[in-house]
Ligand binder design. Structure first.
Ligand code: PEP
Ligand code: MG
Length: 566
């Protein structure tokens, strides 16, 4: 049989070969019967029984996820239980049953209404819609008696195909057994894509409806580099994919060919990301996005839970550096148990350090206590603390004051602690303009190009319509980076980068030339970036940077990059 290629968006430069396991294709319900033939009492009982069974399933999955992945990831199931028990949703289902619908149709109609409401909201609120779909599909499956694929116990070499993968689905995938996945929906920044990059799984998302024609049990190759799913691959395609990546994993730190050391670290969001980061050869963690410890749960993690999470990361990198970013809540990262304001422009509102020095001052203090205690523990690497979304010198001064008062409290209590290295993210134009002043207060900068490009270019990250404008290859973004690095010259402040730009191996030479000391990225491209560092010299890299900085259009920047990779 001739092989067939389906195109989508490749999200990791990895390939995998395996057998298709379709995950939860949306249950198609038949038309509901005439209302007079439905017995509402019996349907209410069926609904009650289905809720009990679903609750048991969710609890079991929660426990398994807590063991295999981590407590923070397991908390997503608490949100599912909440939806299952939500009085408004329950009332909606019961009313629909009273109107003459069987339980499964009543569940679908009610949940779909709530899904619609959430899907219209901004950013991560929209992800709640996925949680609701999860609960809806579970209830319908229990009601109509369908079998469900257990994602945590798939046979080795499975390639998971799905309409979409929700956070709770992805948290269950075992990277040791799963050869890759492909989804009908989703783009580069979808949850499933970020997960694939953190766990170094071959993945293609956004294939569209054509994926639905691929049969369960089919042989496939997931080619994350080309962004294709190859069905019934011929021997050549299969061997090329099974041959694995043609990239060397370098466990040791790297330097340019003429000896300038460049630290190459990984970005992590959950405890599950830490292992793959070490396996890909990261020197340390350049960005620990701690908000993931706070999302999808009903109350914040306490000091001890945070301490344990930070210690876990430090122990995975005994020789390295672990940069923990304080809570970056707000913007597109809402948290249910915090009283977040309803803002017209959440990206320009109360987010990151603004909340930590305002309404979330208590959370900030607890987090700093956990961080200082973790820094004081001798086993493991060095801990650094970094502030998100800085725009003024006062914010940095105030945050330092809080840090010092937390240290004084720990001292008075006789707790073991140490003062970590202290740095700020440069991810706003204000911070880049003020970099020459900020150097007085910090030991390092880390440039967050995801937000920096968004704010410099006035192009919302994640909005496909302005993706070209918000690209990190825009000359204005390059100049903001250079301005930041220049401000540190002649000081002891070092500069890293932890936005997506740092993980693009085609740009490594340019970034080295712009003067970055450290690059931190999703684990998957650590080996490629390490390789790219060793292949350039400082003189060549500076030459590329000089030419790119002279460019006045993105096309010209791209021309410089293509010339140098030829
Ligand atoms: C960034 O803005 O580049 C960054 C690394 O932070 P986040 O993506 O978490 O906003
Ligand atoms: Mg950011």
């Amino acid at each position: 049989m001739a092989e067939q290629r389906l195109s989508g968006v490749g999200v990791t430069p990895l390939s995998g070969v395996g057998t298709v396991v379709w995950y939860a294709p949306d249950a198609e319900l038949d038309e509901p019967p005439a209302p007079e033939s439905v017995d509402p009492d019996a349907e209410r009982e069926r609904f009650e029984a289905a809720r009990d069974e679903a609750r048991e399933e969710i609890r079991a999955e929660r426990e398994r996820t807590a063991e295999r992945v981590g407590e923070a990831e397991a908390e997503v199931f608490d949100a599912h239980i909440q939806f299952l028990e939500d009085p408004q949703i329950t009332e909606g289902v019961e009313t629909a049953i009273d109107e003459g619908l069987p339980a499964e149709h009543a569940v679908t109609r009610t949940f779909d209404r709530f899904v619609e409401q959430f899907a219209e909201m901004e950013g991560r609120m929209a992800e709640r819609a996925d949680d609701l779909r999860d609960v809806r599909d579970r209830l319908v499956r229990v009601l109509v008696g369908g079998d469900r694929v257990d994602l945590s116990a798939l046979p080795e070499g499975s390639v998971v195909l799905a309409e979409r993968l929700t956070p709770s689905d992805t948290a269950q995938l075992d990277p040791e057994r799963v050869a890759g996945f492909a989804t009908v929906t989703g783009g580069r920044t979808s949850h499933a894509a970020i997960f694939a990059r953190s766990l170094a799984l071959p993945a293609v998302v956004g294939i569209g409806d054509a994926l639905n024609d691929v049969a369960d049990g089919a042989d496939v190759v997931v080619d994350g580099t080309e962004g294709t799913l190859v069905v019934d691959p011929d021997d050549e395609t299969r061997e090329a994919a099974a041959g694995g990546e043609d990239v060397e994993i370098r466990a040791d730190p790297v330097a340019t060919a003429d000896g300038t050391p460049i630290e190459v670290a990984a970005n992590v969001g959950t405890e599950a990301d830490v292992g793959p980061a070490a396996d890909r050869g990261a020197d340390g963690i350049g960005l620990y996005r701690t908000e993931f410890l706070f999302l999808d749960r009903t109350s914040p993690p306490d000091e001890d839970e945070q301490y344990t999470a930070y210690r876990g990361a430090l122990e995975a990198f005994p020789e390295g550096r672990v940069i923990v970013r304080t809570l970056d809540i707000g913007g597109d990262k809402p948290v249910e148990y915090l009283d977040l304001p309803d803002e017209e422009n959440p990206f320009l509102g109360e987010r990151g350090i603004r909340r930590s020095l305002g309404p979330d001052a208590d959370l900030f203090e607890t987090q700093l206590r956990a961080l200082l205690r973790a820094a004081g523990d001798d086993a493991g690497g060095d801990l650094s603390v970094m502030l998100p979304l800085v725009t003024t010198v006062e914010e940095v001064r105030k945050a330092r004051d809080v840090l010092e008062s937390v240290a004084a409290d720990l001292d008075a209590e006789g707790e073991e602690y140490a003062l970590p290295e202290f740095g700020v993210m440069i991810e706003t134009p204000a911070a880049a303009f003020l970099a020459a002043d900020l150097v007085e207060y910090v030991e390092f900068f880390s440039i967050g190009t995801n937000d920096l490009a968004q704010y410099v270019m006035a192009a919302e990250r994640g909005n496909d319509r302005v993706a070209d404008l918000g690209d990190y290859r825009q000359p204005a973004v390059l100049r903001a980076i250079r301005m930041t690095v220049e401000a540190t010259e002649g000081t002891d402040v070092w500069v890293g980068m932890c936005g997506e730009m740092a993980g693009d191996p085609d740009l490594t030479e340019l970034l080295v030339g712009l003067g970055l000391d450290e690059l931190s990225m999703s684990a998957v491209t650590v080996p490629q970036v390490k390789g790219a560092v060793t292949e350039t010299t400082l003189a060549d890299a500076r030459d590329v940077a000089e030419r790119a900085l002279a460019a006045s259009t993105k096309d010209q920047v791209e021309d410089v990059l293509t010339e140098t990779t030829q």
